[in-house]
Design a binder for this molecule. Structure first.
Ligand code: PEP
Ligand code: MN
Length: 625
């Protein structure tokens, strides 16, 4: 049951409620919420709900209606995030676990691990104890394989995931691996579930071959009830009457799970389909449906794999799939980050800004804006976002070393460039160290339960009104109130406290301020993306760089710009953006901002850069990323 406690309740009263619940044999969890103090309890107390309702300090008691308690959303409204080294499962960046079905040798594991890491996997999988249908099939290398996994972690830098088939393997698992997988065949092996519950290591809990979602969640409940909240669910196909695929991938489990539980869910299209060519389309669909990640079997020589070769992707296929996921992710508000691990390492190795223990990134506006989202999606939980009141203040803070990075919008796919930031990039001597693209979806947000017909005023940023013109035209009786940013608009309507006031913002702002989305996706054009640049004093050492930004000016003579562009054209270098801005104090003279698909700081580019210098009056490299 859920016990809502009175506002400002004393620790003493709270403790007494907790100890009564524990005495009655309940598991007690405090549910964090900035406004309300709530206690969740699971178990079968001797007393009825009325008894708890009458306890001093208790305002309301609601029984949890589902058979699973600790895993239910009611008990824990926020998403559970599972930290595995630098990787966070369940957050805004998609987590891809890849590797062979089974570890066959050190060479095999290293080869595949290097390949999958290169293409963007952040965790490595590989079976050591294989639960095979036939006792005559390869059973796995056992502890030897676990040692190889530990070496992969050391050498390739990927956290490792493997299946545990018996409580007797607990010590070994604790010693060698980062995530313990419970296989489909063991989903209801309750001794094993209790054992991993006590181990406290992150658990990847596969759905049983014929398990209902409720049975699957009850299995997760076993792990949580032993004190381990770090459970990630994994849908891997269920057995149906359909023989064309090995199993039937239940993609509808994703939204069902998201609704019922706070635990993250990842999809394993390899075991679900059993057929290599069916894996990429199902993986793409899983991300589109809202999965937190994927588990994919990859083998460099699948024809000779000791298990599950026919469903294992070749590394090149895996690479192609990852590029497609990269494109799909922003559509559903997430990111696939090819630099995930290198970036985390580079950030850790940076000296922190003087006087600060944490790494800080400045952004415009306040918590809950799209700029804030760009910030958290780019760096994950590694940094503290620091709100600023102007773009110039961001550049200044980075320059002065008060923050480590800044996140600035550069262009919107509908509204075009944000010129102020282009001008600031010229003025300041900072580097673009990365970029991130977000899909901008606007929602009509109001007080919970607000009906459209009660709305009289709508608050947002003027540009947002423009982007939602079509929707607003059909409500021309609404008064539009301009506010400096979308998150502030939501904050203001909350303070006003009446259903007559609504706001337009992203869903994060609604969540942060406890408001409700009344109408989803009201932007006129759904292809509304904003590209943000991440700026810093020094480039990050984070993997291969394939894009560069330059600023230059040319003499005022025929063909001067053409001469510079010819340098790129003749070498097959793709130009992805060309923008011109007036030079301050020099009427009718222009700076050109150029983005190209190349690393201009690489050795092979040096002669080209020299040539470009000759053909320009001024040239500045803004960054390679
Ligand atoms: C595996 O991941 O290799 C495996 C055996 O999976 P499942 O338990 O889903 O069959
Ligand atoms: Mn397998």
């Amino acid at each position: 049951m859920i016990l809502v406690l009175e506002k400002g309740i004393t620790e003493e009263k709270k403790n007494s409620i907790r100890s009564i619940l524990r005495r009655e044999g309940c598991i007690v969890r405090e549910i964090s919420s900035n406004e309300q103090c709530i206690i969740g309890s699971a178990g079968k107390p001797a007393h009825d709900v009325d008894f708890f309702r009458r306890l001093p300090g208790v305002v309301k008691v609601t029984p949890v209606s589902t058979s699973f308690k600790l895993v239910s959303r009611q008990m824990h409204p926020e998403d559970t995030l599972i930290q595995v080294g630098d990787v966070v499962v369940g957050a805004e960046r998609i987590v891809v676990i890849a590797g062979p079905c089974a570890i066959e040798s050190r060479d095999q594991a290293m080869t595949i691990a290097q390949e999958v890491r290169r293409y963007g996997a952040v965790l490595f999988r590989g079976g050591a104890f294989k639960p095979r249908t036939s006792p005559y099939s390869f059973q796995g290398l056992g502890e030897e394989a676990l040692k190889i996994l530990a070496e992969v972690r050391e050498e390739v830098g990927l956290g490792v995931v493997t299946e545990m088939t018996s409580p007797a393997q607990a010590d070994m698992m604790m010693k060698y691996v980062d995530v313990v997988q419970i296989g489909a065949r063991n989903m209801q092996n309750y001794e094993l579930l209790k054992c991993v519950g006590r181990m406290g290591k992150p658990v990847l809990l596969k759905r049983g071959l014929s398990a209902t979602i409720e049975e699957w969640l009850m299995s997760a409940e076993y792990v949580l009830s032993e004190g381990n909240d770090l459970v990630c669910l994994c849908e891997r196909g269920i057995r149906t009457f359909e023989p064309y695929t090995r199993n039937t991938l239940d993609l509808s489990a994703i939204p069902v799970i998201k609704n019922l539980t706070h635990l993250p869910i990842i999809i394993d299209p390899s075991h679900a389909t059993g057929i290599r060519e069916k894996v990429p389309p199902m993986a793409r669909a899983a991300i589109a449906a809202g999965a937190d990640g994927l588990m994919i079997e990859v083998h460099h020589d699948p024809d000779n794999a000791l298990s599950d070769g026919p469903q294992s992707l070749y590394p090149k296929q895996f690479a192609r799939l990852m590029r497609n996921i990269y494109v799909i992710a922003p559509v559903v508000g997430k990111q696939l980050d090819f630099d995930y691990l290198d970036k985390a390492k580079a950030v850790d190795e940076m000296p922190a800004a003087p006087g600060h223990a944490d790494r800080r990134t400045a952004f415009l506006g306040e918590i809950g804006t799209f700029s804030h989202k760009a910030c958290t999606q780019y760096f994950g939980t590694k940094i503290t976002p620091v709100p600023m009141s102007s773009f110039k203040a961001i550049f200044e803070a980075v320059k002065q070393g008060e923050v480590d990075f800044g996140v600035i919008p550069l262009e919107n796919s509908l509204a075009g460039s944000i010129h102020e930031n282009y001008d600031l990039l010229l003025e300041y001597n900072l580097k673009i160290i990365g970029e991130i693209k977000l899909r901008i979806m606007h929602h009509l947000i109001g007080h919970p339960g607000t009906r459209m017909e009660n709305i009289k005023r709508v608050y947002s940023h003027p540009q947002v009104f423009q982007q939602c013109q079509q929707f607003l035209n059909s409500h021309d009786n609404w008064e539009l109130v301009s506010v400096s940013n979308t998150a502030r608009a939501v904050k203001q309507i909350k303070e006003k406290g009446t259903p007559a006031d609504a706001a337009i913002a992203g869903k994060e702002a609604a969540e942060i301020h406890g408001m409700e989305v009344i109408e989803e996706g009201i932007e006129t054009n759904p292809r509304n993306y904003t590209r943000f640049a991440v700026i810093g004093n020094k480039p990050l050492k984070n993997g291969p760089k394939n894009k560069s930004s330059l600023i230059y000016s040319t003499g005022n003579r025929p063909g001067a710009l053409y001469e510079t562009l010819k340098v790129f054209a003749e070498r097959g270098i793709n130009l992805v953006k060309l923008e011109s801005r007036p030079i301050h104090g020099k009427p009718w003279e222009y700076m050109f901002y150029v983005d190209i698909e190349a690393d201009v700081e690489s050795d092979s580019f040096k002669p080209i850069l020299k040539l470009l210098q000759k053909k320009t009056d001024y040239l500045k490299v803004l960054g390679c990323y």
